[in-house]
Ligand binder design. Structure first.
Ligand SMILES: *Cc1c(COP(=O)(O)O)cnc(C)c1O
Length: 475
């Protein structure tokens, strides 16, 4: 008898060899496109799957015969082609975001301003002044200019920039707390997602977490009682992706700073979302009580941390800003070197802050999306609905709904919007959503009450046309 891992050799002999598959004209054509290593991997994978199929079919002669017939008809080649097609669809490709989630982490968060994208593309393909002073020809700090721009936009004494806010958090904790204790409220021990949990980060930063208060109530006295000779810093974490509501009490950053001064311990304020606001652009009041970076800095916290690709609307980055002496300490930390930005991000972030400071903040795509008005959104939804209704097989309705800022920013804020609800003849909402994701161009929508929902808020220039083209391909 044969074990299930080991199909009868008579069956196995029906499988074509690797070389035979590679010499198939359709497979050989893909070697030119994808390279031999990729195609050979797909061939090996397909053969492995067929071996398993044959092994499980071995006890059933009728099924084994059927598989043999499929192999003879080119079933393995079909499998290889399908695997290569699936691989070509994977990885980073441009998509249409019709979810209405503005800072969609799954879809890459902030799409940047065209001038920012241009600065990034130029930096990518050229040599740049990443770390050299043009006047003296001497080496300088790579984010010196960016730091000045950020400080100017936020009121901070100094600023440095690293790979992302998770990196900024690691750097700040390690700078103030290596071998020491960091005091945090139990109500603020957040998980940001993707296994970034504050208590775990503390351990990796070489600090010891001291939790104070309870989930719903933490008072200034709780922090004060926890301060001892090993205290490295007090930390406030913006609970960006959830809110504790009801019988709650938390300590303001201002109170923490006052306590820190009195007891001579530093204060780290992890803001996450980065609501940078200048008078020259529309205020992001739609986000309710989301803390402004400028106000967080004004509390006098030693370090304030926030992301570059959340509300700032720039490329991925994490800022460490605040008091000059504290920022200088963070800059001296060897971890800063490990977390530093590359020239492309640097160029994009400089341009983003130049636009903000030049009074062009409203042009940044994510900020424009967050501020889109209901009337405009309704017009756009109606325009889309009219075009979709003209295609065969879809029924549409325009209805009021809410969009989300996303990325855990302002979790309780729903932005009033107008959406197109779509039903497709003979397809469930889930099937339609999958077909759109796999289509060309790929479209991401949301599903609500068994219907597909398209939110015009997150469509960029040219996206409505792409969206209609994607539906036309399915009609
Ligand atoms: C989002 C967030 C982070 C992580 O920021 P990334 O830029 O995604 O690394 C850290 N802290 C808080 C409070 C956040 O909201």
């Amino acid at each position: 008898m044969h074990g299930s891992q080991d199909p009868p050799s008579a069956l196995l002999r029906q499988l074509p060899s690797v070389d035979k598959l590679l010499s198939d004209a359709r497979v050989a054509a893909l070697v030119a496109r994808d390279g031999r290593a990729t195609v050979v991997a797909a061939v090996r994978g397909a053969l492995e799957r067929w071996r398993e199929r044959l092994a499980s079919a071995a006890p059933d002669p009728a099924r084994a015969t059927e598989l043999g017939a499929r192999i003879a008809a080119g079933g393995v080649v079909d499998d290889v082609l399908e695997a290569l097609a699936a691989e070509a669809r994977s990885g980073v490709v441009r998509v249409v975001n019709a979810t209405g989630v503005v800072l969609h982490t799954g879809l890459g968060r902030a799409p940047v301003h065209p001038e920012v994208a241009e600065a990034m593309a130029t930096a990518a393909r050229s040599y740049v002044t990443a770390e050299v002073d043009r006047e003296s020809g001497e080496r300088n700090q790579r984010d010196a200019r960016l730091g000045e721009l950020v400080a100017r936009a936020t009121g901070a004494e100094a600023a440095i920039c690293v790979n992302n806010c998770a990196g900024a958090t690691l750097l700040a904790l390690n700078t103030f707390g290596l071998g020491r204790e960091i005091v945090v409220s139990r109500g603020e021990l957040v998980e940001i997602g993707g296994s970034f949990r504050m208590p775990d980060v503390m351990v990796r930063a070489g600090t010891e977490l001291v939790e104070v208060g309870t989930t719903n109530r933490t008072r200034i006295g709780d922090y004060e009682a926890a301060i001892g000779p090993r205290t490295g810093a007090l930390m406030k974490v913006h609970t960006s992706n959830y809110r504790v509501q009801g019988f709650t009490e938390s300590t303001t950053a201002g109170d923490l700073v006052e306590l820190g001064r009195r007891r001579d311990v530093g204060v780290i304020y992890d803001l996450g979302s980065g609501r940078v606001e200048l008078d020259s652009a529309r205020a992001l009041d739609v986000l309710g009580d989301e803390v402004r970076v400028r106000d967080a800095v004004a509390t006098g916290a030693d370090l304030v941390l926030f992301s570059g690709d959340k509300l700032v609307g720039g490329p991925q980055a994490g800022f460490v800003i605040g008091r000059a002496d504290a920022v200088a300490l963070a800059r001296k930390n060897p971890l800063y070197r490990a977390l530093r930005l590359d020239k492309v991000m640097l160029a994009g972030l400089e341009r983003t802050f130049e636009l903000l400071l030049a009074g062009r903040g409203d042009e940044l795509p994510t900020r424009a999306m967050l501020c889109s008005g209901e009337r405009e959104l309704r017009d756009r939804a109606e325009g889309l609905a009219a075009e979709l209704a003209a295609l065969d097989g879809f029924t549409v309705a325009v209805e009021p709904d809410t969009s989300q800022p996303g990325s855990g920013t302002a979790p309780l804020v729903g932005l009033p919007t107008w959406v197109v609800r779509v039903a497709a003849r003979g397809r469930s909402a889930g099937d339609l959503a999958r077909a759109l994701r796999l289509g060309e161009p790929p479209v991401f929508a949301r599903i609500q009450d068994e219907r597909l929902v398209l939110d015009p808020r997150t469509l960029l220039d040219g996206d409505p046309e792409r969206l209609i083209a994607a539906f036309r391909a399915l009609a």
